[in-house]
Design a protein. Structure first.
Length: 278
C-alpha cells in the first residue's frame, strides 16, 4: 500500500480554486469568507475533493485543513471588508462605481452583451456554473477600456473580425480581474502589456499591427495577459488565473484557404505569423 504524503503549503491548483471562490459577486453587507466556508466550497467540486482527500494535501482531518486554508487567507491579507465594487452590477448606482451618467449608453450596451454571452454559454453547457453576473468593478473597466480604444471604422476591429463591443468586453476582462487581484488579495498583476495593446492599436491597420509585432519581438513592450479558466469534466469552472499571452500565439488569423496551401507556403505563413515560444 502506498502511503499518502502531505505537502507543505497549498498547491497552486487549490489556490486558484480558492481565488475563483473569493471572486464571486457578493450581496451588499455580506460577511467575508472564512476557512470553514472555504473548505466546504472547495469540497463541492469533485476534482478538488479528490485532491484534498486522496493525498491529504491540506492535512489529515477537517480541523487541520481549515487551519491551512486560514493561513493562506491570512497570507492574502485575511478576510476583507465588503467592497461595493464587487457587488452585482446595478445601473442606478453608477456614481458609486466612480462613473458619471454619460457612461450609461456604453456600460448598458456592454452589460447587455455580457448577458448575451452568458445565455450563449448556458445553452452550450446547460446547468453548469460557468456564468457569473457582471459586477460594478467590471462596469468601471468597460468604460475605461472604451475611452482608450478610440475610433473604429464601421464599428468593427480591423483585421481581427470582431465587433468593438466584443473587443472592449474582452480587453476589460483582464483589467478588472487584475484590479480585483490587487484589491482583494494584495497580488499585483503587471498589465502593462495589455494597455500597450490599447496604446499601439494594432487593429487599426496592417502598419500598426506590424509595428506592434516588432515592439514585441524587440522586447520593447511586454506580452499581454489572458484570463484562463479551468473546468471539470462537466464543464463547470472551478479555478482561474491570469497568464502571459506569449509563445505559439497567432499574430494573424490563418487564411481561409490555409489547409489548401502547399506545404512550403503553409510553413512560411506559420514562420511569419506565429510568435515563437523562445
Amino acid at each position: 500500500m502506498v502511503s499518502k504524503k502531505r505537502t507543505r503549503g497549498i498547491p497552486d491548483e487549490i489556490q486558484k480554486a480558492m481565488i475563483w471562490i473569493l471572486n464571486q459577486p457578493r450581496a451588499p453587507g455580506h460577511k467575508p469568507i472564512r476557512s470553514r466556508e472555504m473548505l466546504k466550497e472547495l469540497l463541492r467540486n469533485p476534482e478538488m475533493e479528490r485532491l484534498i482527500e486522496d493525498i491529504l494535501v491540506l492535512g489529515p482531518n477537517k480541523e487541520a485543513q481549515e487551519k491551512k486554508i486560514g493561513r493562506q487567507l491570512e497570507k492574502w491579507g485575511g478576510p476583507k471588508n465588503h467592497n461595493p465594487l464587487d457587488e452585482v452590477f446595478d445601473w442606478r448606482r453608477l456614481i458609486d462605481a466612480g462613473l458619471g451618467w454619460e457612461a450609461s449608453d456604453v456600460v448598458l450596451d456592454l452589460w447587455a452583451y455580457d448577458q448575451k454571452l452568458s445565455v450563449d454559454r448556458e445553452n452550450q453547457t446547460p446547468g453548469n456554473s460557468v456564468n457569473r453576473p457582471a459586477t460594478m468593478r467590471k462596469a468601471l473597466w468597460w468604460w475605461k477600456v472604451h475611452c482608450a480604444t478610440g475610433e473604429f471604422r464601421e464599428n468593427r476591429i480591423e483585421l481581427q473580425n470582431m465587433t468593438r463591443t466584443h473587443f472592449v468586453w474582452q480587453a476589460a476582462e483582464v483589467f478588472w480581474l487584475a484590479d480585483w487581484y490587487e484589491s482583494s488579495l494584495g497580488i499585483s498583476q503587471d498589465t502593462c502589456g495589455n494597455w500597450a495593446v490599447l496604446a499601439n492599436k494594432p487593429w487599426g491597420s496592417i502598419v500598426r499591427r506590424d509595428a506592434y509585432d516588432r515592439a514585441l519581438d524587440e522586447n520593447r513592450i511586454s506580452p499581454s495577459l489572458n484570463v484562463v479558466y479551468r473546468k471539470d469534466g462537466n464543464g463547470n469552472i472551478f479555478a482561474m488565473e491570469l497568464v502571459p499571452n506569449d509563445g505559439g500565439v497567432y499574430r494573424r488569423k490563418p487564411p481561409k484557404n490555409f489547409e489548401e496551401l502547399e506545404p512550403s507556403d503553409a510553413a512560411q505563413w506559420v514562420s511569419d505569423n506565429v510568435k515563437s515560444a523562445a
